[in-house]
Design a protein around this ligand. Sequence first.
Ligand code: FES
Ligand code: FES
Length: 219
Amino acid sequence: MADQENSDNKTADTTPNPLNPRQRSRRDFLQDASTAAVVGTAVPVLGIRSATAQQPDTIPAAKTTIQLSVNGSNHTVDVEDRWTLAELLRDHLQLTGTKIGCDRSECGACTVLMNGVPVYSCSQLAVWAEGAEVTTVEGLMSKGELSPLQQAFVDNNGPQCGFCTPGQLMTATALLNRNSAPSAQQVKTAMVGNLCRCSNYNAIVEAVVSVAGKSGGVA
Ligand code: FES
Ligand code: FES
């Protein structure tokens, strides 16, 4: 009985608690939001500078000196800590063969090899490449000759628009370096992280399978 009374008492207390978001109506929320918007608009009109506006216009970006090898050439570079590896390669080492599609780890267009492992360069900080051996699509040719895999892409119409091709080549190169004669299914599995907006997947798989036993990987 006592429990029933306590329970009834809790149910009967309907006084709104303004600090409890569950008890605030949609109207309360909209009123608060429009008040905040008015205040936010009024501050510059009144000549009051917000805390954000008082920050210096530019804050020097933190930099780190890294050493890395790219396609067999050694580089010592001052990189801003916010740069991605793709930015370093494309904007500062002029290796624009690496493409940026989504810029958020979804398409694989930016794939390069870091110490032989395919990585999305859009999602690797440049500072993480300290001491690494990086290979880009520009590093696949040898003595002016396309690698067997590159030639196979040409022969099998692997590129359509070609935007995804550098990333496809890098992932396939890594696969061929560890398995010189992959099956079609192994190619599909290895390259699942490389999208082709032209949907030219069959030709790409055929190209990779066709270099079985031809040392299609990095020269
Ligand atoms: S650009 Fe890097 S995964 Fe798409
Ligand atoms: S060939 Fe066009 S996105 Fe793959």
